[in-house]
Design a protein around this ligand. Sequence first.
Ligand SMILES: C=CC1=C(C)c2cc3[nH]c(cc4nc(cc5[nH]c(cc1n2)c(C)c5CCC(=O)O)C(CCC(=O)O)=C4C)c(C)c3C=C
Ligand SMILES: [Fe+2]
Length: 459
Amino acid sequence: MADQSIPEARTPRTPRKGKTPLNGKTALDGETELDGETELDDGVSEGSAKGALKEGVSRRRLLGTAGATGLVLGAAGGAVGYAARPAEATPLTSLGADQVMFHGKHQPGILQGLQARGHVIAFDLAAGAGRKEAAALLRRWSQTARRLMAGEGAQQDDTDVARDAGPSSLTITFGFGYGFFARTGLEKQRPVALDPLPDFSSDQLDKARSNGDLWVQIGANDALVAFHALRAIQKDAGQAAKVRWQMNGFNRSPGATAHPMTARNLMGQMDGTRNPKPTEADFDERIFVPESGSKDPAWMANGSYAVVRRIRMLLDDWEQLSVKEQEDVIGRRKSDGAPLSGGTETTEMDLEKTDKAGNLVVPINAHARITRPDQNGGAAMLRRPFSYHDGIDADGLPDAGLLFICWQADPLRGFVTVQRKLDRGDALSKYVRHEASGLFAVPGGAAEGEYVGQRLLEG
Ligand SMILES: C=CC1=C(C)c2cc3[nH]c(cc4nc(cc5[nH]c(cc1n2)c(C)c5CCC(=O)O)C(CCC(=O)O)=C4C)c(C)c3C=C
Ligand SMILES: [Fe+2]
């Protein structure tokens, strides 16, 4: 099992939703501190099991049998009272209770485990909107993100879509695209790393669904909570920015399997096994812009660059392959993600191993072989994707695939290096099509009282 998550989520005592008056205010929106943020429970949540543990339901009972039957989950829910007594001020005991902090060194939505539901949306600044309007927008968006991530309603005109739900690990992440800087007169602050990605021979990109001045990534473990956030972010944009494109994605729901495990994509593979781990010594330098000593502008300290690719999977073709052929394309076993050279999912892949006939057991063009950092001058990225399914196209084929989102300190050293290699001969490329692309500078997290991007917009 490869653990993909960093437990930053915490569990508030009670859900706060809708238009209930605030007990206090915060510096960001001109009100004082919320009681919920200062009265958080001490423990760090590990997902839906945490609340149940607090109520006396054992982890073994919840996790050990959850995959086998919804009945047991229902019984657990009844036992802890959440489902049975929603009207009382009973603590949330499911994944709804998990909360990710808005303020921090890095923006939320990079280090957290995969969420069940995701939306990505790109905006272009409206004609006539410049730095002042952009600053006001980022201030509004940050305030909304902070409130919604705490399980509160939007400041104004809340839609009630997420009423009754807890924060559900909602994260909202903001980034700037190449065009933003000219529109706001901030060209001198544009990072070199934001220079447009090179063309790749396999690209079939739709320009209308690529790039954008501003980018927002929303993730949550509840579909209504995620949609609620998407609507609020869109409404906050007001006259300042108009939507350029928007995409929706999903992952397996936490608790759907008997124990936490690496997610599967729509090709059925375990995807994410070899992601860099925060415990690794070089993790930070690979994923985040350092506070000093890099060529990036100062406002990008503790930030990261997101590459977003809508990669369609040609599933009808893929599903024609035998499992053995599918495994040769990736270089890993489909059932458990173990390398074809043997062992378990986490065993190091032996690139030199041959079979009795002298053939490499991990084929020379296998995706997991050629994407390895040691085959690409150390290039690494943190992959944090969503699957997508946008219905059936006119030919009767599923319009489905991967909203591939990867994070790195330097996209030239990360994504571009690896994608160039894939372009030259990845066994997987016959079965995928890159249809849209974006590159965004995602600044570090906002400190208490700050909004995201303030150091750029007011620096
Ligand atoms: C340019 C970067 C990458 C693209 C684009 C990409 C697309 C893509 N990948 C899969 C499925 C798997 N990828 C796996 C590993 C893997 N992929 C990349 C990069 C890109 N993938 C990297 C850097 C790695 C890890 C390499 C390593 O460190 O060893 C795997 C194996 C399991 C795993 O480690 O995650 C699978 C499976 C799909 C389906 C896809 C496009 C749709
Ligand atoms: Fe990959």
